[in-house]
Design a protein around this ligand. Structure first.
Ligand SMILES: [Zn+2]
Length: 157
């Protein structure tokens, strides 16, 4: 429901609970990605030979040329920190007890980036281009979710 709000004083409101549920389906290639993450602890991507581009997570088709892709290219577990931000509020606007650092990481062998937590940032300020590696939950605790990745940690040079 999109409406242009021209008069903020005329905004309609819904009082009380708003019963919305959703279920995210990762799709065929996403399913392969999450299964590989859970069972083998690896990041699976998809290479488009036409575009010479490696997606991660894996894709069913190339978003550039629409070629059919396979979820068969292992990337990472190390990579490069491409960007990061520090957040002080949770997804519902609540203050976090401890700020969290979120990083965009390009896993080795991939062209695309993954967004996840940066763990143990230490005393030194983060720098773009730093080497990081993925930290996974213990195998017995993985469920086939993006949270099977605990985050990325800085790799000392
Ligand atoms: Zn392509």
């Amino acid at each position: 429901m999109f409406e242009k709000v021209a008069r903020p004083d005329a905004v309609r409101r819904w009082e009380g609970e708003f019963p919305v549920r959703h279920r995210y389906t990762p799709g065929v290639a996403g399913e392969v990605f999450f299964t590989a993450l859970r069972d083998r602890g690896v990041l699976l991507g998809s290479r488009c030979e036409e575009c010479d581009y490696v997606y991660v997570p894996a894709r069913l088709f190339c978003e550039r040329c629409f070629a059919e892709l396979a979820a068969d290219t292992e990337v990472g577990p190390s990579g490069e920190l491409v960007s990061f931000t520090i957040v002080f509020e949770g997804v519902d606007g609540e203050s976090l007890n401890r700020p969290e650092t979120l990083g965009l990481v390009r896993p080795d062998g991939a062209d695309a980036v993954l967004l996840h937590r940066v763990l143990e940032t230490g005393d030194e300020p983060l720098e773009i281009g730093e080497r990081v590696e993925v930290v996974l939950k213990p195998e017995a605790e993985r469920t086939g979710s993006i949270l099977d990745i605990e985050g990325f940690r800085i790799v000392e040079p």
